[in-house]
Each structure stands twice: as structure tokens, then as C-alpha cells.
Write a protein that binds this ligand. Structure first.
Ligand code: FAD
Length: 307
């Protein structure tokens, strides 16, 4: 059975390379000060989809919701082997919390008629791990979260081993289904050199618009708005002919209910943001003896770390 896999990928700030400028004075994340990367576990989700395609045939489509700059992760997914890439971008989606994000993604997945939806377990910036299960709920799909190993697919069912914290369980559910994939599931393949050369020029329309002065020939700065739009369309048509146009959808393309998107679709209210600076404190060493261990446990109970 050929599988239509849809992988949700997110561009995130590299939280491992946090500097003193990582937060703004208002206490929000200063995204410009942090390099943007492919959310690590989304690479594992993509790898799972590419492996499924190799075994069963079908297609791998990657979808991201974000600013046009998020096309960077879509290009990365294309060079690693994805067949199709879609950017969902719309000002009306700004300020979406996880509920609104998963609603908007659900509209895209419905349109794509996926057999399997794959998400990373968690994004390293928002860190909630909510979007995958919420997306499954919105699509009325069974979900296998915390996947560490795909056992197999047969008779329209998928079996996977999932991490339950202190062990594993092997579960089976019917397709279509949604999986959230952990970093321990596989080793993502590196970009393929031939595909890097091919897809380095892949662009979405919003990127072409933003870079039009550099990309288009002629006296672009003095073009009328109409002529600019025509030139952008021509450039995009040429990209499409060469298989290099990253598809771009807005909320109208998704026929999304706007009350479920952006701020109006986001019940989460942020009351306070606190910048926590961790500093080193005193430390104690305990001997690896029965007495030492008893003393250590006594300390942990005393300061309420356990118990
Ligand atoms: C009140 C509020 C306002 C916010 N406003 C903004 C805002 O204006 N701009 C902004 O960028 N963020 C905003 N956020 C953050 C935004 O809600 C989260 O980034 C987003 O919902 C994903 O949640 P998460 O990072 O916890 O992802 P998780 O739930 O940890 O992600 C799990 C998996 O879901 C998938 N996934 C998650 N997000 C996406 C995505 N965007 N595209 C494709 N796949 C995805 C990935 O596979 C990921 O591995 C806001 C959050 C709140 C609470």
C-alpha cells in the first residue's frame, strides 16, 4: 500500500546556543539573536517518513506554518528527500497558541488526505509537545506518541513501540494515524549533495516577493506595482516548471474558520514572563557506600527534592 505521509516541521531558534542577547528587555525571545534551525525531532519524523516511503512507496510532503523565513527548513527537507514542501503563512495566524496552530495544521492535513501524519515529539522553543496530539484530536485520528521504533504496517494497521518513561509499550492502530517521533527513533540522513544543488534555488512566492530586487533582472525599483506583481508571477511560474516552487497556502486556501486562528483562536493567556538565570551553588559529594547513599537520600528528602 503506497503511503501518503505528511510531516509537520517547525523552524525554531537554536536554544543550545543561547547568548546574553537571547531575551529582549520585555522578556520575550529575541529570535534575531539566535540562529534558526530545523526542530531536531522533526528531522526524526522526516526520517521515519522517508523510511516508510522506501518500504511501501508513496510520497512525503513536509508542511510548516511560519514566516517566509521558515522555508529554510522546507528546503532542508527537500534536500534530504521530501517530495513536496508547503509553507503556510498568513498574518492572520500570528499569535496562534498550540490550539490555533494545530487547527490550522489540521486544515492543511485534511487537504492533503494523509495516510500517516508525522510530528516531532516536541519543539525545542515552545516545548509543550501539544501540537501532535491536538492535531490528531482535530482530525479524529488515533495517535501514537513518543514513538521510538516503527514495528511495521500491515492490513491497514500500524504498529509502533512507544516510550512510556520507565519502559516501552507496543501499540497498534488503524490508518490513517498520527505519530509523534522521538530523537531516539532513528538517525536522520544527511542532505544529498545532488539534491542540495537542485533545491538551493527553491523558493516560495513570499520569498520571491521579498527578494525581488535581487532576483529579478532590469530596473526593478522603478517598476509599477502591477509590473512587479507580473514579474514575480513569471519568476514563480519558471520555478514551478523546474520543480523549484515551494507551495504557499494562506488561511483562505485552507478554508480555515478565522475564529479558530491567530489570537481569537488562542485561549492561552500569558500573564508573566520571567527570565531565569541559573547560577552555580554549593555542591556536596557523598561516598558510594550505604551510609553515603542514606545521607544523600536524607538530604534530598530534607530539601523536598523527593518525598
Ligand atoms: C499566547 C501565545 C501566543 C503565541 N504567539 C506566537 C506568535 O505570534 N508567533 C509564533 O511564532 N509563536 C507564537 N506562539 C508559540 C506557538 O503557539 C507555538 O510555537 C506553537 O503552537 C507550537 O507549540 P510548541 O512550540 O510547544 O510545539 P510542540 O507542541 O512542542 O511541537 C510538537 C510538534 O508539532 C509540530 N509543530 C509545532 N509547531 C509547528 C508549526 N508551526 N508548523 C509545523 N509543525 C509544527 C512539529 O512536528 C513539532 O515537533 C504563541 C504561543 C502562545 C501561548
Amino acid at each position: 500500500m503506497a503511503l501518503n505521509c505528511v510531516v509537520c516541521v517547525k523552524q525554531v531558534p537554536d536554544t543550545k546556543r543561547i547568548t546574553g542577547e537571547a531575551m529582549t528587555e520585555e522578556g520575550t525571545v529575541n529570535r534575531r539573536a539566535l540562529p534558526a534551525i530545523f526542530n531536531p525531532e522533526d528531522l526524526n519524523a522526516l526520517e521515519t517518513a522517508l523510511t516508510l516511503r522506501a518500504e511501501h512507496g508513496g510520497t512525503v510532503t513536509v508542511v510548516t506554518m511560519g514566516l517566509p523565513s521558515a522555508c529554510e527548513v522546507l528546503r532542508d527537507a527537500l534536500v534530504r528527500g521530501a517530495d513536496r514542501a508547503i509553507l503556510i503563512t498568513d498574518r492572520r495566524a500570528a499569535a496562534s497558541d498550540t490550539l490555533a496552530t494545530s487547527y490550522i495544521l489540521s486544515c492543511a492535513v485534511k487537504k492533503l488526505e494523509a495516510d500517516i501524519v508525522l510530528c516531532g515529539r516536541q519543539a525545542i522553543d515552545g516545548d509543550t509537545a501539544q501540537v501532535g496530539p491536538q492535531l490528531a484530536e482535530k482530525l479524529s485520528l488515533p495517535v501514537i506518541s513518543y514513538v521510538e521504533e516503527l514495528v511495521g504496517i500491515s492490513d491497514g494497521k500500524i504498529t509502533a513501540k512507544r516510550n512510556v518513561g520507565n519502559g516501552w509499550e507496543v501499540v497498534t492502530c488503524t490508518l490513517p494515524a498520527l505519530l509523534t517521533v522521538m530523537e531516539t527513533a532513528n538517525t536522520p540522513r544527511p542532505p544529498a549533495a545532488r539534491r542540495v544543488m537542485k533545491f538551493k534555488k527553491a523558493r516560495a512566492k513570499s520569498e520571491v516577493e521579498a527578494m525581488a530586487a535581487d532576483l529579478l533582472e532590469g530596473d526593478y525599483e522603478n517598476y509599477t506595482a502591477e509590473l512587479k506583481a507580473t514579474e514575480v508571477e513569471k519568476y514563480c511560474a519558471n520555478l514551478a516548471d523546474r520543480g523549484l516552487l515551494i507551495e504557499q497556502w494562506d488561511l483562505d486556501d485552507l478554508e480555515a474558520d478565522l475564529t479558530w486562528c491567530g489570537r481569537s483562536g488562542s485561549p492561552t493567556k500569558v500573564h508573566r514572563i520571567q527570565s531565569v538565570v541559573l547560577t552555580g551553588g554549593e555542591y556536596r559529594e557523598f561516598a558510594a557506600t550505604d551510609d553515603g547513599i542514606a545521607e544523600l537520600i536524607g538530604e534530598l528528602i530534607h530539601d523536598h527534592t523527593v518525598g
